[in-house]
Design a protein around this ligand. Structure first.
Ligand code: FE2
Length: 210
């Protein structure tokens, strides 16, 4: 797999003509400290769980636990919708990640089962999971390849990603940050509000001219 690239090219790639780029952007010396302080003050500490529906709890368990190695840590069986209190038998299963958060799924026999599971594109709903290195991407790629599960790798220069669809059509992205990412993310946050404004003006003009 490729490793780090050139930040100016990465910035050009991610922040093309529409977005403005990193030209003239300097990283203040105390930005790391300010970010750490900001994060420590955020009342939301981490993802607790991300939930999705599944077609079959055991099929889903096989994918997450046997192939990816995410331990099954809860299987909650109930017989009523939380909101409506209508009868709806379901099993809510949780697969643990390293920080204690989880990917969770509902297997229902009631009204919630009426959904099509169609793998989407990269613009559709997907869950991106951070891994520490390219070696970890290789680890997952080998396990998926051994199970003959289609997957694909994309080098975004500032992020390295491995994509796979689970048995329910949910797109999972494993994402590693090469060394270049840290500098990229610091500069990206400096220009984020500027670029959002640029985008809103651009999109407004596009929508009004079509
Ligand atoms: Fe993503």
């Amino acid at each position: 797999m490729k490793t780090s690239g050139d930040l100016s090219f990465a910035a050009e790639n991610a922040h093309n003509k529409v977005y403005g780029g990193f030209e003239g952007v300097e990283i203040p010396k105390d930005l790391d400290r300010k970010i750490a302080e900001r994060r420590s003050q955020n009342h939301t500490k981490r993802l607790h769980h991300h939930a999705f529906r599944c077609r079959n709890a055991e099929e889903t368990r096989h994918f997450y636990e046997d192939i990816l190695g995410f331990p099954l840590v809860q299987a909650v069986i109930q017989n009523r919708d939380f909101g409506s209190l209508n009868e709806n038998n379901f099993c809510h299963i949780f697969f643990e990640l390293a920080d204690g958060s989880a990917l969770a799924f509902f297997d229902c026999t009631g009204s919630l089962v009426t959904r099509d599971y169609e793998p989407g594109t990269g613009f559709d709903h997907h869950v991106a999971l951070y891994v520490a290195s390219d070696d970890d991407l290789d680890y997952y790629k080998k396990r998926l390849d051994a199970a003959n599960i289609p997957n694909h790798y994309v080098d975004y220069i500032v992020y390295h990603s491995l994509y796979v669809n689970d048995p329910n059509g949910l797109n999972i992205e494993f994402c590693a940050n090469p060394p270049i990412t840290a500098d990229y993310e610091l500069k990206a946050e400096i220009v984020a509000h500027r670029d959002l404004k640029t985008w809103m003006d651009f999109a407004h003009n596009q929508r009004n001219s079509s």
